[in-house]
Design a protein around this ligand. Structure first.
Ligand SMILES: [Mn+2]
Length: 353
């Protein structure tokens, strides 16, 4: 719906959302499925609050670690429910849908296919690319005046590193305090990296709070849970940062085992210090039998093709997607060990299952 290099058009996005809502059945709840990062949670909260304020009945469902809205499991789960309509936030665009109810997909990632029977509201291809939370903020304008939820859109923008993309909404949101917004975004993003990966306290706060300070300085159980999540991730990251990289032939490998999803953070940090290496942070403790890894580089090369040239036989969809400077994946232990051997590392770099 957006053309190449054109700025996004909030009015047409709002109109598309209004037209799709008109196809929903108001006699049953609207279901909102949202990704469990700051952008997905903020988008879910914006739409839930706007729909409820406009008199709709709403159910929220966080789609968390290891889950997808596109598979048979979600289809079976939703088949148990009465749906007036479905909105899927920040979870990509695929060729399939989990339910026959009318579906609105709000997203900003590269769409893999266009599903029949859905309204797709995508920021992909616009310049700058709006995050899902900002798209949701524009959509909410079809129901209410969303201005008091501007800070929620800002949390998604900051969480997806679009704070400096030039959106007027981000500039307007500065009235909430940039420091508070950034800290709230970090707190909302913390649970998905913990061992339990339970983002429900984050969504609960975003659904009820009146601003970022209710998250950063809140004293209720949900705000405390976010601070505990941040502390858990920080402790795991501090421990992993003490592990020295092994360097072979332009690859710096950091091997560790943690139930926390810290491998992307660790790779990003080492990338700043090892400017002439490909940094690979490998986590053997995230999922039993697997090595999850993040690859980052400051070198002028394309990591997606670098990984494709070294693709192990059992590698799945998770392997080697992303961007030319930020990729990664998950490999079974035997595939991982073959991968590091092919990179020139010895037995000391292999994982014992
Ligand atoms: Mn996003």
């Amino acid at each position: 719906m957006t053309t190449s290099a054109a700025p996004p058009d909030p009015a047409s996005i709002r109109a598309a959302f209004a037209a799709a809502l008109a196809r929903f059945d108001r006699g049953a709840p609207v279901w909102l499925l949202g990704h469990f990062d700051a952008d997905g949670l903020a988008a879910t909260a914006i739409l839930a609050r706007a729909l409820r304020a406009a008199g709709w009945s709403v159910r929220t469902r966080i789609v968390g670690r290891g889950e997808t809205p596109w598979g048979a499991a979600m289809g079976a789960e939703l088949a148990e429910e009465r749906l007036g309509g479905l909105v899927i936030c920040d979870l990509g665009v695929r060729g399939t849908l989990p339910t026959a109810a009318h579906t609105i997909i709000i997203d900003h990632h590269v769409p893999l296919a266009t599903p029949d029977g859905a309204t797709v509201i995508s920021g992909y291809g616009a310049r700058p690319v709006p995050t899902t939370s900002l798209l949701a903020f524009w959509c909410a304008g079809a129901l209410i005046d969303p201005e008091e939820m501007l800070w929620l859109a800002a949390i998604g923008l900051i969480g997806d590193m679009a704070e400096g993309a030039g959106f007027a909404e981000m500039a307007r949101a500065r009235r909430y305090g940039v420091t508070a917004l950034r800290e709230a975004a970090a707190l909302v993003n913390a649970p998905r990296r913990t061992a339990a990966a339970d983002a429900s306290p984050a969504l609960a706060l975003l659904l009820t709070a009146d601003g970022p300070k209710a998250i950063t300085a809140g004293e209720g159980p949900d705000a405390r849970a976010l601070r505990a999540a941040r502390d858990e991730v920080k402790a795991a990251l501090d421990a992993a940062r003490r592990i020295p990289p092994r360097v072979r032939d332009g690859v710096a490998l950091i091997s560790f085992a943690s139930p926390c999803q810290i491998h992307p953070l660790l790779a990003q940090q080492w990338r700043g210090r090892l400017r002439s290496e490909i940094v690979v942070a490998a986590n053997a403790g995230y999922r039993p039998g697997w090595v999850h890894f993040a690859a980052r580089t400051a070198r002028a090369l394309d990591l997606v093709s670098w990984l494709a040239e070294r693709r192990p036989p059992g590698a799945g969809d998770e392997y080697g997607s992303g961007h030319k400077a930020a990729s990664g994946g998950a490999l079974s232990v035997p595939d991982w060990n073959g991968f590091v051997r092919a990179l020139g590392f010895g037995a000391e770099a292999e994982v014992t299952a």
